[in-house]
Design a protein around this ligand. Structure first.
Ligand SMILES: [Zn+2]
Length: 325
């Protein structure tokens, strides 16, 4: 790599666009490096990094108020996350704690994606983040449901193993997993399958195994879960679902019609980056509320403060996906 095509890593053209602490932590190893290629990701000595520094700068310019709220949010998140976890009500406490651990991880993934200008990617992560937050809130409110959540595990696991068997053959799977593993899973499945049947036609008595552990659809579960989570459904699940699947809407959201034809145009990525980070901010706060309430962490005042920072960062949000903040 020649020296002509390299320039410093920190976007120096905009001195105000200082990397905030959360970002700086993440990128500290990069800051040590003197040179890199922007956009291309090749470093000296042929090492690679993954990201788009130009997009980082644009993100900071577009969402300065989110970044203002970010440090304090990260601190509160740490208080909720980095602590001794002593489950008392099994398996409810574990369900809430570990699902919410995933939500924390998802939140990081969302802002990494959004911060790199990959708005639809951020939305796809947000979708799972929302589903887990709703499930955690719901289980916290209806503790008896936790058993059912865990009980369902052998159904998707068996499905996955069956795909693997189709691809690799039973002999190979047994050589990897042990002779009895497939039989054990099949046995587990037979034990619980009757608890997870849904009726397709009452007249013919036609049923099938459910695709989820709960009979509630996600919107209904969100409503029952409380915390105003249902107001996030449209941004955090309905819209991302269209982007996550092979849909006409996913295609048309990137197509621009011009007099001389149709073009692929990904400018919606910018819109979705904003939508994703804004909604993820709200979902994260709701997750903090759930954990705070479930484990009596005593962080009420602090979370209220974080919520007011969220409202300042995204004006009007309390009338949209942030209803109930
Ligand atoms: Zn029928």
């Amino acid at each position: 790599m020649s020296n002509e095509c390299v320039r410093p890593v920190v976007p120096a053209r905009n001195p105000r666009a200082r990397l905030k602490r959360g970002w700086a932590l993440l990128f500290r190893p990069l800051l040590k490096l003197e040179r890199m290629e922007i956009g291309g990701v090749r470093l000296k000595e042929g090492d690679y990094i993954f990201g788009f520094p130009d997009e980082w700068a644009k993100f900071q310019e577009r969402f300065p108020d989110f970044l203002k709220a970010f440090d304090a949010l990260a601190e509160t998140m740490n208080k909720v996350r980095v602590r001794t976890f002593t489950p008392e009500n099994h398996p409810v406490d574990e369900t809430v704690f570990f699902l919410s651990s995933l939500v924390f991880e998802d939140f990081t993934e969302v802002w990494i994606m959004a911060g790199n200008g990959l708005g639809t990617g951020a939305l796809k992560v947000l979708r799972g983040m929302y589903e887990r937050a709703v499930t955690a809130a719901y289980v916290s409110r209806f503790p008896d449901e936790a058993k059912r959540f865990w009980k369902y595990w052998s159904i998707p696991h068996r499905k996955l193993l069956n795909h693997a068997r189709e691809l690799h053959g039973l002999a190979f799977l047994e050589s990897v997993l042990g002779q009895d593993y497939m039989k054990t899973i099949e046995h587990e499945f037979q034990q619980v399958r009757d608890d997870f049947q849904e009726t397709l036609c009452a007249k013919c008595n036609l049923t099938r195994t459910m695709f989820s552990w709960s009979k509630l659809g996600l919107p209904a579960m969100a409503k029952k879960a409380g915390y105003g989570l249902e107001h996030c459904y449209y941004n955090a699940y309905a819209t991302p679902t269209q982007q996550a699947h092979s849909t006409v809407l996913a295609v048309t959201s990137r197509v621009k019609r011009q007099p001389d034809g149709w073009f692929f145009d990904n400018s919606v990525q910018k819109v979705y980056a904003g939508l994703a980070i804004m909604t993820a901010h709200v979902v994260m706060l709701k997750m903090l509320r759930v954990e705070n309430a479930h484990f009596s962490l005593g962080l009420d005042a602090e979370i209220i403060q974080r919520e007011s920072e969220c409202k300042a960062a995204w004006p009007g949000i309390e009338n949209e996906c942030g209803k109930g903040l």
